[in-house]
Ligand binder design. Structure first.
Ligand code: SAM
Length: 232
């Protein structure tokens, strides 16, 4: 394990057992990455900064004993690092690609993560079906533009639930106020942070303040063609 991740974990009072699991997960991803496209990052130090540490920057925003869905989990970010560090939180990793979900499922077994479930589904279908209003929190990292994410995720949250949206800046929030009201959501906070390599990042926290109107989520084509707001 690199010294940057080691000192990040020390700063959060996280123990060696956690460090070992995070390290094993990185090795599982990099091994699988030889036969399947999970990440463009193959250097271990860069991986620890841009995947592991970045994933864990939402830690303080998530309550113990809650439920969390990770939308578009891909190779398991941020869901797997969060599941390693937050054993009391029931995490569901969701992605539309079955191969990626099978990898997360295998990794959860390897790492003995009893709090992590992996589900193959499109977010917009899950939000109308089995996963409607099921979660206290939802995360999404590198999945879609903010106006698309809000519509995909809001239906899956309980009222009062929060989405934690990992972004490189808050510029996609521009012109969002009225549109967020329309879907019964509101901006709660913006967490700014700097990764150990100096990269600036934000986590945009949006709260679901009342049940999602039945018109949402629309079919993906309609969401993409006519997103809730335009930010440029
Ligand atoms: N979150 C991971 C990360 O930060 O490394 C993976 C990001 S990857 C670039 C985006 C993932 O979102 C892909 O695996 C894709 O299959 C998934 N995805 C995109 N739209 C989706 C949707 N509507 N429902 C479910 N998964 C979706």
């Amino acid at each position: 394990m690199g010294t940057l991740l080691e000192s990040f974990l020390k700063g959060k009072n996280l123990n060696e057992n956690i460090a070992e699991k995070l390290d094993l997960f990185m090795k599982l991803v990099l091994e699988k990455n030889k036969v399947m496209n999970l990440t463009a990052i193959t250097d271990e130090e860069e991986f620890e900064i841009k995947h592991t540490i970045d994933s864990l920057c939402a830690l303080e925003l998530i309550e113990q004993n809650s439920s969390l869905a990770d939308i578009g989990a891909g190779g398991g970010f941020p869901s797997v690092p969060l599941a390693i560090v937050l054993p009391s939180v029931k995490i569901t990793a969701l992605d539309s690609t079955a191969k990626k979900i099978n990898f997360i499922d295998e990794a959860a077994k390897n790492l003995n993560l009893k709090n992590l479930t992996a589900v193959t589904a499109r977010a917009e279908d899950a939000g109308r079906g089995a996963l409607k209003e099921k979660f206290d929190f939802a995360t999404a990292r590198a999945v879609a533009a903010l106006p698309i994410l809000v519509e995909l995720i809001a239906p899956m949250l309980k009222t009062g639930g929060k989405m934690l949206l990992y972004k490189s800046s808050d510029k996609e929030l521009k012109n969002s106020e009225q549109a967020l009201k329309k879907i019964n959501c509101a901006l709660s906070e913006i967490k700014n942070y700097t990764l150990p390599n100096g990269d600036e990042r934000v986590i945009i926290v949006i709260e679901k303040i009342a049940a999602t109107p039945t018109a949402y989520p629309r079919q993906y084509n309609a969401i993409k063609k006519s997103p809730l707001w335009q930010f440029e």
